[in-house]
Design a protein around this ligand. Structure first.
Ligand SMILES: [Zn+2]
Length: 122
């Protein structure tokens, strides 16, 4: 139930993704989270073209049919990964390609991330 695969990631990247998703507790999980080098990311976005990356999610995109989240390993930042992931999880949760649907769902996830960060402070 709680299992999804993380591919192409360093152990640190995988740990980061898993901890962020655990905090956000989405009711719909991705099946795969794939880190790819920049050239391949561009290739994938071209091939899928279902959800063109844009705006704040330019380093991530989601292929809904396979519930796969792609992350541009050369362009994402650790500090903002959670924020961007929230948007992609929003697409999965709403099963919608619309940016406003994803953003609406992402709000709740970002709230959880913020809460968790507060509790981390000494
Ligand atoms: Zn989007």
């Amino acid at each position: 139930m709680n299992s999804y695969v993380v591919q192409g990631a360093t152990p640190q990247q995988e740990a980061l993704v898993r901890s962020q998703i655990q905090i956000m507790q989405p009711s719909v999980l991705p099946l795969r989270v794939v880190f790819v080098p920049h050239w391949k990311f561009l290739d994938n976005t071209r091939i899928f073209q279902l959800h063109a990356p844009m705006g704040c999610t330019s380093a991530l995109f989601t292929h809904l049919a396979s519930r796969t989240v792609f992350i541009d390993a050369d362009r994402y930042f650790d500090e903002s990964l959670g924020y961007w992931l929230a948007h992609e999880l929003g697409h999965l949760l709403t099963n919608s390609l619309k940016e406003q649907d994803a953003e609406k769902a992402a709000k709740e996830f970002r709230k959880r991330l913020k809460e968790a960060m507060k509790h981390d402070q000494p």
